[in-house]
Each structure stands twice: as C-alpha cells, then as structure tokens.
Design a protein around this ligand. Structure first.
Ligand code: TYM
Length: 334
C-alpha cells in the first residue's frame, strides 16, 4: 500500500482568481483531498510583498476562501487557513533566510519578472519571497506540493533549503525534501491574447483571462475574441507548437473535457475556429459558472468564511508550534 501524502499548497489573495489557478492548482487540490491529508493556505504574507490596499486585501482573503470551497474543498477534511494567523511561517522563514544563499535567490526568474527593470525599488520581501514559501511547506513537513509549472523553480529552492538545513545541523531527514505535483497535461494555462505569456491576474487586459467570477456572457465574449490565426486547425502537434494561442485553446478544451490532446486535435482538425470556440465556451460556462455562482453565494456570509479560517488556523498552529519548537532546539535557540 502506498504511503499517504502530506499535501500543502498556497494561493495568493490578490483578486481575480482565474482559469489558470483553477486548472493549475484548485482542481488538483480537490482530487488530492480525497485520499490525503491536505493543508491549503491563503498566503496573505506573500501578497503584501507588493503593496495591497488593506480593505481590498481583507476582501480578497475571503474571496480566496470562497474559491477554495466553491471549487470543492471541504474544510472539515482539509485544513484551510490564512498564513498570517500562524506566526510559525514568519519565524521559520527567518531561519531559512539564514540558510538560503544569495546566489540561489539571484537565480529566481519570478523575482526578475515581477521586479521589472527597476530592481532597486522592489521590496526586500519580494526578493526573499521563496524562503517564506519554503517555510510554508516545511513548517508542516509536507511531502507533496501541487502547483502550476510557474512555481517549479521555487519548489527546487525549497528542496535545496531542506537539504542544506538538514546537512548544516546534522539533522538527517528532519525536513522532508518535498515533491512538486505538476500536471503533465496542462501545467501552464496561457493568456488568451498572447500564447507565449501565462494567464495571470496581473495582466492588464481582462480579456486575457477567464476569471472564476465571470458570467456566461462574458466568457462567451472572451473566447470569441481570443487570439487565433488564419490557417486552418491542424492535427499535427509540431505545427501547433508554432501556434501557441491555438494550442492553448485546444489544451484547455482537452483538460476540461477530460480527453487527451490527441483526441481533441482529431475532433477539431480541418474545422473552423468558430466550431472550436463554440465548444470551448460551452464547456467553460458549464465548469466555471457554477464555481463563480457558488463563490458569490458564499461571499454573502463572510462570518462563515471567517469561521473556516479560524478553525483551520487553530489546527495549523498546533502542527506549526511543534515544528518551531523542534527547529529551535536543532539550531540552538532557547
Ligand atoms: P499564485 O497565487 O500566483 O497562484 C496559485 C496557484 O495557481 C497556479 N497558477 C497557474 N497554473 C497554471 N497556469 C497558470 N496560468 C497559472 N497561474 C497561476 C500557480 O502555479 C499556483 O499553484 N508562490 C505561490 C503561492 C505559494 C505557495 C506556497 C504555493 C506561497 N506559498 C507554498 C505552494 C506552496 C503563488 O504565488 O501562487
């Protein structure tokens, strides 16, 4: 019998949760919840590495919990909580700031992308963000971390930190070296406007993404306007690799329909884009609208959402306190 996984993952409460978050993360969280111990965290301390309006941040934290529940997470089965309510995350992150090397952080591509040209003006928090992420995961001694492909490099850093800590302090196997769980069918949902960019909440054009709270009309409109090209749809993958926008739409369709990319290609080869777009919009409306509607319903009762967080934080704190106690002892702190 295979050992149960201890699963941890986090989502930033920065608003506009979208199809990429759903297919890259939330959908897998729900599948993993069936047979494993799972902890899902609204990572509010990560969010403030770039300035957040305090009122909006509070709303976005609750909206992220609503998205977790609406997508199918069960707070009686899995621990759902917000990062800042468990102080162990910040404490362990500090210790990891002293374990991780500057050279490791200098290689992080997400920092380079987010900081842009003027690195000097980025917050220090944004730079050391991956150390906090490692603390999130290792505080619970998690064995598996479901994420989209954009988080792969951060997980490699987390593995390096776990190994260096264990080696430096002669504490073999104290922190597990966690495994990333990245979908091998759709690990990166791309923008509807530019097939070389990932779908993202920070992209200026709302037409670049399908938000979980979009209504049916808007989803249909966004898919109609999604970028394609003038050539006909081919079932040749090599050809499609050169047409990333088309490949992205077919990939999303295949994932939502639960069929292989090859079968989706067979279905659409030689047909008009309007056929693909109608079918894709149909399945998107059927999948995303019930989640969005449930989110809107849940957000009418913010007290219940706060209760979910409070209950989850209490459970998370118990595990975290234990790890912090053990870690301090290993490091030589009272
Ligand atoms: P965040 O909040 O940007 O995204 C949440 C999850 O959604 C995935 N994702 C995507 N997957 C496929 N295609 C896309 N276009 C796409 N956009 C986002 C992300 O990969 C992620 O799984 N640093 C993390 C949050 C975090 C975390 C953690 C994750 C903090 N601590 C510990 C795992 C474990 C982040 O910013 O995700």
């Amino acid at each position: 019998m295979s050992k149960k996984k201890l699963v941890f993952s986090g989502v930033q409460p920065t608003g506009n949760l979208h199809l990429g978050n759903y297919l890259g993360a939330l959908k897998n969280f729900v599948n993993l919840q069936k047979d494993n111990e799972c902890i899902f965290c609204v990572v509010d301390l990560h969010a403030i590495t770039v300035f957040q309006d305090p009122v909006e941040l509070k709303n976005n934290i609750l909206e992220t919990v609503a998205a977790f529940v609406a997508a199918g997470l069960d707070h009686n089965k899995s621990i759902i909580f917000n990062q800042s309510s468990v102080s162990g995350h910040s404490e362990l992150a500090w210790i990891f700031n002293c374990v991780a090397r500057i050279g490791w952080l200098n290689r992080m591509t997400q920092f380079k992308e987010k900081a842009g040209k003027d690195k000097e003006k980025a917050s220090v928090g944004l730079y050391i963000y991956p150390n906090l992420m490692a603390a999130d995961i290792l505080l619970y001694k998690s064995s598996h971390v479901p994420v989209g492909a954009d988080q792969k490099q951060h997980l490699e850093l987390c593995r390096d930190i776990a190994q260096k800590f264990n080696n430096d302090f002669g504490a073999a196997n104290f922190f597990p070296v966690p495994e990333p769980l990245i979908s091998n069918t759709i690990s990166r949902v791309m923008s509807l406007r530019d097939g070389l960019k990932k779908m993202s909440k920070s992209e200026e054009s709302d037409f670049s993404r399908i938000n979980l709270k979009d209504d049916a009309d808007l989803i249909v409109q966004k898919i109609k306007k999604a970028k394609t090209d003038s050539a006909s749809i081919s079932d040749n993958l090599e050809d499609l690799n050169k047409r990333p926008e088309v490949l992205n739409l077919i990939n999303i369709y295949a994932e939502l329909s639960g069929i292989s990319l090859q079968n989706a290609l067979k279905e659409f080869a030689g047909k008009d884009f309007s056929h693909l777009k109608n079918k894709l919009a149909e399945i998107l409306v059927a999948t995303i609208c019930p989640i969005g509607n449930k989110m809107k319903e849940l957000l009418k009762d913010t007290k219940s959402l706060e209760n979910i967080l409070n209950k989850g934080s209490e459970k998370a704190r118990k595990i975290a306190e234990n790890t912090i106690k053990e870690t301090k002892k290993i490091v030589g702190l009272f």
